[in-house]
Design a protein around this ligand. Structure first.
Ligand code: EPZ
Length: 429
């Protein structure tokens, strides 16, 4: 298995182009199931998760073609017909978002058999709200032997869907299913994440009638069919935030380009409060730190536009060397502090109690062997490694490859000493 080795101490200086958002791309790819015409997605990140979903979609009848054109990386998805409505356990277990093929399959072909995703390292992550939405739209849902059997032979019907709390995945899933339903659907207490707006834009380019994404109420007027479209995936706000934190951690000056302002304001406000220099630009931001130590600040994760849970681990890494004590409250997932013990192997001083971690900044981290436990946790270890004395090696980086495109190359171009060590032990610079 590959590992990442980082030699700490180098400042970061340069420009990092932000890729298309993984968490949008995989939902947009699922939208290809809704039409028999081709959907062309540009600004596509090339990640283990997008490849993985491509594999599942191919099995369901989608022709998936990746290419690098003048518009950059793109993926053409074409499902002339749905050849199977079956998403097996092995594929859904490995990537939970695969579950979101359920709604489009039922919407287009009236039936689906999709595995329940099962457990996850960051929390229980049930799919009850997803099922509530698909059922409200008129599908008959049965659960047998770990599978969801959904049927709507006469098509889905528009409905009022009120979520008891905010769920990104369930809101996206309800949108994906309702676009082909007969009548109007209204989603109340919808998630407001930018990826929802991206999904709305893509679906509308395909002929859907969706309004209100990005607000708590989304209205979908069903249409009988969708057509092909070209859509550019929104920039990855979590990747952007991750490199912003990396720059604040290592010091130097990094410009994040190809992004959009306004996607990570909650993080940028906290970086400013901690003492980093932050300048917003037309296509991203510039982060600076000239050697002075950052101050500890508190954060609490929340749905958008609050502080993203997907940036919590990275911010914890940043606070390990800040001046003072920082309190980090995680409110979205119940078990998302798995990175804390690994950061402690690097010399961090952290105590965790329930949903709160207290991080007391230390003068210096020390390189060590650490292990990635999930995608964002793994990158927090890389960030800590940027300032740890000596070498830090992060193992199990298949987690990292799910969501960070060319990480070593992007950090390396700014002066970081980061290299991938192939499973056979040979180092690749
Ligand atoms: C999405 O997960 C992202 N994943 C997550 O990013 C992100 O952390 C999360 O949204 C919150 O922003 C993708 O987009 C692929 P939720 P999702 O439904 O949709 C509970 C990453 O690292 N819940 O908003 O699964 C759930 O357990 C990943 O890229 C139910 O109880 O998140 C959680 O506590 C990790 N029942 C809370 O709601 C349900 O039916 C919010 O989850 C659905 C969710």
């Amino acid at each position: 298995m590959d590992r990442i080795a980082i030699i700490g101490g180098a400042q970061l200086n340069g420009t990092i182009p932000v890729s298309g958002a993984k968490n949008s791309a995989i939902k947009l790819m699922a939208a290809s199931l809704l039409t028999d015409e081709p959907l062309r997605l540009t600004n596509m990140p090339r990640l283990a998760d997008t490849r993985f979903l491509g594999k599942l979609l191919t099995r369901l009848g989608v022709q998936v073609t990746e290419s690098d054109g003048p518009d950059g990386q793109q993926t053409l998805l074409h499902a002339p017909e749905i050849t199977s409505g079956f998403a097996p356990y092995d594929l859904v277990r490995q990537m939970r978002a695969s579950f979101n093929v359920l709604g489009p399959l039922v919407a287009r072909s009236g039936q689906a058999k999709v595995s329940l995703p099962g457990g996850c390292t960051i929390g229980a992550r049930p799919v009850d709200l997803h099922l509530q939405a698909i059922e409200a739209l008129g599908a008959k849902i049965d659960l047998h032997e770990g599978y969801v059997y959904a049927q709507a032979p006469r098509g889905l019907k528009g409905a009022e869907i009120t979520f008891p709390f905010v769920s990104v995945g369930a809101t996206e899933h309800a949108m994906l299913a309702a676009v082909l339903a007969d009548g109007v659907s209204v989603i109340h207490n919808a998630a407001c994440e930018p990826e929802l707006v991206d999904l709305q834009e893509c679906l509308n380019a395909m002929g859907a009638k969706v309004e209100g994404a990005g607000t708590p109420t989304v209205t979908i007027t069903g249409v009988p069919r969708l057509h092909g479209a070209t859509h550019a995936v929104i920039p990855d706000r979590i990747e952007m935030g991750t490199y912003a934190v990396a720059a604040a951690m290592a010091g130097g000056e990094v410009r994040l380009s190809n992004a959009r302002p306004g996607l990570i304001d909650a993080l940028l406000d906290k970086l400013k409060e901690a003492g980093a220099g932050v300048e917003e630009t037309a296509d991203g931001c510039i982060i600076r730190r000239d050697g002075q130590r950052l101050n500890a600040v508190d954060i609490e994760t929340a749905p958008f536009p609050g502080f993203a849970t997907d940036l919590q681990a990275q911010f914890m890494a940043l606070m390990t060397t800040a001046k003072g004590e920082s309190r980090i409250r995680e409110t979205i997932f119940e078990n998302r502090f798995m990175h804390a013990p690994e950061l402690m192997r690097l010399g961090a001083d952290i105590s965790v109690s329930g949903g709160e971690a207290r991080v007391r900044g230390v003068d210096q981290l020390e390189g060590a062997e650490v292990m990635a436990t999930d995608l964002r946790a793994s990158v927090s270890l890389v960030i800590a490694g940027l300032v740890a004395r000596g070498e830090t090696t992060v193992s199990r980086i298949y987690h990292l490859d799910r969501g960070f495109e060319r990480l070593e190359e992007k950090l390396g171009a700014c002066g970081a000493q980061v290299r991938r060590i192939k499973g056979d032990g040979e180092a690749e610079l």
